[in-house]
Design a protein around this ligand. Structure first.
Ligand code: CUA
Length: 481
């Protein structure tokens, strides 16, 4: 049992019934010659350990954490809390990795581990004073060096901050600011971005510095230093972000409040999204339009809905965005006060199927007098030609998003020459395209599908069309021979 009785080195007693554990500890200690240690014995029961305690006088007991036959609670109780006051540490040698020592802190008080680690580093210092063969690569960084590290890494952080701030202020990240709602949103965005930029520089600066300066050198296979928690630091780095995030929540909700602020007399526009077109209805004027036309400096109250799937109404220059949801009672409101005349585009910001990318509509912000002129032109006498009216309805109700009038191939059959033709249906039958068939197909798109096409026309696309409007539409289709 006795291996050595010298008094100088840290005397270690191993408690394990498994011979491989002692071998593992031995080979690990051999790899760290700078640690002046000596395994003085191996025991597997508490009684053997008590005998060894008298005879061998170990300074430290290493208990095999994974050995069920060694009662580690008893070891801790007898040697740590008992009269012996001996240092005990629980080790686990992980499978395969002869470098991986895990000592288990759960079953030891922090002060006890601390004692043991002090002994560990004492012996390290002892060995470094011996001029025999100091390994240059393994010199432990001294405290005065850490100040130098902080200064250099701090400079790197400042350079990163300055660089990213320069980029942020010189790259045009945002499109024109064309609505009153965009102003507080952009202020919030700017504040967030600068906060992110500071955090980014801090994290990346210190990380990059550490990766380069503290990288593993060739031949160095020592473990990193063990660092205990620092309660003060942890409290500080919890409280600062907590207050910061609370401030952001307050700031964000105050901006949200500003974007929702309601004018007493807004211009009301119903916005209806369909696969894949937008329709704009002005109930005050009885106008249906494929363009969103708004007077400048007057709040528009958009009442947004969808006939089929979820779309999203988004004009980047206005900043605000709102989903268009299908179904009764799911209309959503959005307030926009344009502050710049000009031409913009509604984009659909929700993936809604094949032609999502093309679900665009023009937006024109006009002076009040130009807007009045536009209203005049839209509410003038309606054409008395059903074909002309039908062509307008085809645009307004979004039919032309899927059915071309010139023979070009979209997701639905083209209307050019379709009237009077004989079409093969999906079920193999064929039929002549007449008024009756077209009317039924508008009202109930899924009933008869032309072979080669998918049943993707929204069920209720024509819910807002009157029978007369459908008649006009068919007159238009009939004219496309
Ligand atoms: Cu509608 Cu994407």
């Amino acid at each position: 049992m006795t291996l050595n009785t010298q008094t100088d080195p840290l005397r270690i007693l191993i408690a394990s019934s498994h011979p491989l554990f002692a071998q593992g500890i031995n080979s690990l200690l051999k790899k760290r010659p700078e640690m002046d240690t000596e395994v003085v014995g191996i025991v597997s029961t508490i009684n053997e350990a008590l005998v060894a305690l008298k005879n061998l006088q170990p300074d430290l007991v290493i208990v095999d954490y994974d050995d069920d036959r060694v009662n580690r609670e008893e070891f801790l109780a007898r040697f740590v809390e008992g009269e012996g006051r001996l240092r005990v540490v629980l080790f686990s040698l992980k499978e395969g990795g002869d470098e991986a020592i895990v000592y288990d802190r759960r079953t030891m008080a922090a002060s006890q581990i601390e004692d043991w680690l002090e002994g560990w580093s004492d012996s390290e210092e002892k060995s470094s004073q011996i001029p025999a063969e100091p390994d240059q690569d393994q010199v432990v960084p001294k405290r005065r060096d850490s100040m130098k590290h902080f200064i250099v890494a701090g400079l790197l952080v400042i350079v990163l901050m300055a660089g990213s701030f320069f980029l942020f202020t010189n790259i045009e990240l945002l499109p024109d600011q064309a609505s009153a709602q965009a102003i507080p949103i952009d202020e919030l965005f700017r504040f967030d971005f600068i906060a992110i930029l500071v955090l980014f520089s801090l994290i990346i600066g210190f990380m990059v510095y550490s990766i380069i300066v503290f990288r593993r050198r060739k031949g160095d296979d020592t473990d990193g230093p063990h660092i205990e928690g620092n309660s003060k630091l942890e409290v500080v780095w919890t409280l600062i972000p907590l207050f910061f995030v609370m401030f952001l929540a307050y700031y964000g909700s105050s901006v949200l409040g500003k974007t929702l602020a309601a004018d007493p007399k807004p211009l009301r526009v119903d916005v209806i999204g369909s696969q894949w077109s937008w329709r704009f209805e002005y109930p005050e004027y009885g106008i249906i339009s494929t363009d969103l036309v708004l007077p400048v400096n007057k709040q528009a109250l958009l009442n947004i809905s969808s006939t089929d799937v979820i779309h999203s109404f988004w004009v980047p220059e206005f900043r605000v965005k709102q989903d268009a949801l299908p179904g009764e009672g799911f209309e959503r409101e959005l307030r926009v006060t344009p502050i710049e005349t000009g031409e913009y585009k509604v984009r659909c910001a929700e993936l809604c199927g094949k032609n999502h990318y093309d679900m665009l509509a023009p937006v024109r912000v006009l002076s009040q007098s130009d807007f009045d002129g536009w209203v005049q032109s839209q509410t003038g006498p309606v054409s008395d030609d059903p074909v002309e009216r039908g062509e307008i309805f085809a645009q307004q109700f979004g039919c032309s998003a899927c059915h071309s009038s010139d023979g070009s191939q979209l997701v639905g059959p083209t209307w050019l020459g379709v009237f009077g033709s004989t079409e093969m249906l999906e079920d193999g039958s064929s039929m002549v395209v007449d008024r009756d068939y077209l009317f039924k197909s508008v009202r109930n798109p899924g009933i008869q599908i032309v072979a080669g096409y998918q049943n993707i026309m929204p069920e209720n696309i024509a819910a807002n069309m009157t029978d007369e409007q459908i008649d006009d539409l068919i007159a238009f289709i009939e004219s496309l021979k």
